[in-house]
Design a protein around this ligand. Sequence first.
Ligand SMILES: *Cc1c(COP(=O)(O)O)cnc(C)c1O
Length: 214
Amino acid sequence: MHDIVNRLITIKKEIQSKNSAAEIIAITKTFPIKHILPLINYGHHHFGESKVQEAILKWTDIKKDFSNIKLHMVGKLQTNKVKFAVGLFDYIHSLDNIKLAEKISLEQKKLNKKIKIFIQVNIGDEKQKSGLAPDKANDFLSICTKELDLEIIGLMCLPPYSEDSSQYFKEMKKLLLNTQLSQLSMGMSSDYLKAIDYNSTFVRIGSKIFGERN
Ligand SMILES: *Cc1c(COP(=O)(O)O)cnc(C)c1O
């Protein structure tokens, strides 16, 4: 079998051996569709991109041919791209402000579509990073669901690089308990097994499947 498929299978087995049913989102940014096809043909469903424009070029046709594919927007989303993002993606992981929430609400009504959404939390309290402060999550969630009719399914985080992620995953797990939400999008190539230990339900894995990006 193809290398890429073998790597996915290995990761799946690791996750299962921890008695977790977490989904693997194969993060395909920078890789051409030719590189991704073995995974699609193998029957993998969840794929993620971090830029709207790149995703549109790469996935619009493929998604018509493979209707089971679920596409996840994991990168920062600008309000002027929301219209296109809502048309293409099934999940958005990076909701962190009201303007964006309002825009998604408006555009998904126009398309009669309901996107599954994660609220991104700036769990390491890093100035340069996107995400809502942890103590703002609950109020924000309530506006999104009650006033904007968004389908918020969970919380997402990108912990600080070069630090042990475990403490941040632990805080995310705690934060989730205060919300009544059920999904956690956390864990990447370097730390997905730790994320699983703290009940992650969607791990976002790129380089460990596809190789290093340029
Ligand atoms: C690129 C990216 C990933 C995957 O990163 P790897 O370290 O290659 O697994 C996960 N989440 C987000 C938000 C990303 O931008």
